[in-house]
Design a protein around this ligand. Structure first.
Ligand code: KMH
Ligand code: ZN
Length: 308
């Protein structure tokens, strides 16, 4: 049997701003439609953020997610993953509210405090559509994306009762050791889902040696207790995905992580990036995992046991 590779699609996120691409989903219906399109193209999991429908600013109010989640659930069977990262401007109490409220099958969980350097993107745009965009990006020069041990523990314990499991986002090798700490304490249990993030300014780079070192270290710490997925930021998206698949891992694509489908070519939809990842996986003789496969691999509770 060919190995099954899970594709996650992160459809909008909080890194990119509306000026950067006319194709970035902003409104609840655009976000839901993007997620359903990604699922139809082969994404087993969809990673969801919400935005203010008028300004496009990240919005972590539980009510902002309501018109998104129900539509996705009606429109496809993909595993819905709610962000607890929100945006780096928010503190953990605000960031975890949607996941606690809706008890999804999966929520993201960021494994360490870091700077999240978005400010180099400012120079690419002479003007911004909305007043919040420039200070948001520029402010990342001096902003801390706070994920202390206490913050991580707060999310783990708040979601424990509802059986939500995690997309554990690791932006550096040290984050794997932080995860190992929570595994040792019994707060994270196998099979867990590690999403290694490459190419964010402030985290590990996107060189093949970085990818290999991340995989080697995770294998040494976790053995067969984990499923490994990767995301490459920006232009690194597909090359990082190829390396993961070649090393036995899974992939994440989507406009949250990269606005591109090729050199100087903006992706028009999230589904386009999923199709590209799918073609690469199938060209390697592997199979794209269905949502049911993902639920089995990650031991998820099922789409009928969520609060939406
Ligand atoms: N945008 C990714 C690099 C989260 O939502 O928890 C990180 C992310 C964070 O997906
Ligand atoms: Zn995210």
């Amino acid at each position: 049997m060919p190995r099954k590779v899970m594709i996650t699609c992160a459809v909008t996120g909080a890194i990119h701003t509306p000026t950067m691409s006319p194709h970035l989903p902003i409104t609840p219906s655009e976000i839901a439609e993007a997620a359903i399109g990604a699922a139809q193209a082969g994404a087993a999991l969809v990673h969801i953020h919400a935005r203010d429908p008028v300004t496009g600013a990240p919005d972590q109010a539980p009510e902002a997610f309501a018109p998104i989640l129900g539509v996705i659930k009606q429109g496809c069977d993909a595993v819905i993953n709610i962000t607890t990262g929100g945006s780096p401007t928010m503190l953990v109490e605000e960031r975890m509210k949607p996941a606690v409220h809706y008890a999804p099958e999966v929520a993201s969980l960021n494994m360490g405090t870091m700077n999240f350097g978005l400010y180099p993107m400012v120079d690419r745009f002479p003007e911004f559509q909305h007043p919040w965009e420039r200070p948001y990006l520029e402010g990342s020069r001096d902003r801390i994306f706070r994920n202390t041990f206490a913050d991580i523990e707060a999310i783990l314990t708040a979601c424990a009762e509802s059986g939500t499991r995690f997309e554990i986002e690791c932006y550096d090798i040290g984050h794997l050791y932080t995860l190992a700490h929570f595994v040792d304490r019994g707060l994270v249990r196998p099979p867990f889902f590690v999403q290694s993030v490459f190419g964010i300014l402030g985290g590990i780079g996107a060189h093949p040696e970085d990818v290999a070192h991340m995989k080697r270290t995770a294998d040494r710490l976790f053995g067969s207790d984990y499923q490994w997925s990767v995301l490459g930021a920006g232009k690194n998206q597909l090359s990082i995905a190829v390396q993961s698949v070649a090393l036995g891992g899974h992939v994440r694509v989507g406009l949250e992580d990269s606005l591109w489908i090729g050199p100087k070519r903006l992706a028009r939809t999230n589904a386009e990036q999923v199709q590209k990842a799918r073609a690469m996986i199938e060209a390697l003789g592997l199979e794209v995992a269905t949502p049911a496969d993902a639920r089995e691999m990650l031991a998820l509770k099922g789409g009928d046991r969520v609060n939406f």
